[in-house]
Design a protein. Sequence first.
Length: 234
Amino acid sequence: MFHSSRRDFLKTSAAATLGGVVLSTVAAQQTPDKKLPVRVNYILDEFANIPAIPDMSAMISAARSRNMRFYLMVQGLRQLRGKYGEDAAHTIKGNCDNWIFLTSRELELLHEISNLCGTLSFKDSNDRTISKPLISPSELQRLKKEYGETLILHGRNYPFVTELPDIDEYKFKTYPPAKVNEHQLPQIVRYDVDKVLDAINSGKRPVPFSVEVFGKEMYFTPPTETKKSDIFDW
């Protein structure tokens, strides 16, 4: 879809997304096991910038059992709360089983991810147990973009930092353009109202949607001149 302004694009995209989510949910309800036969993936970039989707927290809570999956891209927790409110944002965040962290300057988000990664305990030279974050907020801010370093929290697995290639390095398969037979569209004659009225007045064609009365087809007859006596005077 192409739109003249970003605002129109966001509104239309949100409406289309909401319609798709609702239709998928309704379709799932019609199946015996309340589950879509084919998984539906919703990829919502700039999720916290598009207009809020009503009942999103309830939809994402039931998505897995309905065979639906959401990919939500946000810039920060504050942005998400501002769009959906504290409770709904917490529910949406809690139903995201996989987190992929690229970078952020939001201190609250950095601390939350650091806490989710856990702590590392070790003994110092004096045999004292010392604990430190597995990855600190400061270290999270220093993931190297040029190497594609990314922190991943995947389900119940331990957090890990990996390197993801740039999108330009992915070898997407290209397909040749589809070949279609060329054909010429039929010529459309413009509807001329004056010609149609002339044909009706001359008796060359019946009145559109005419009916037969007493076995004879009704034709249009030019109106007679209205006499003053035919006019009802209040």
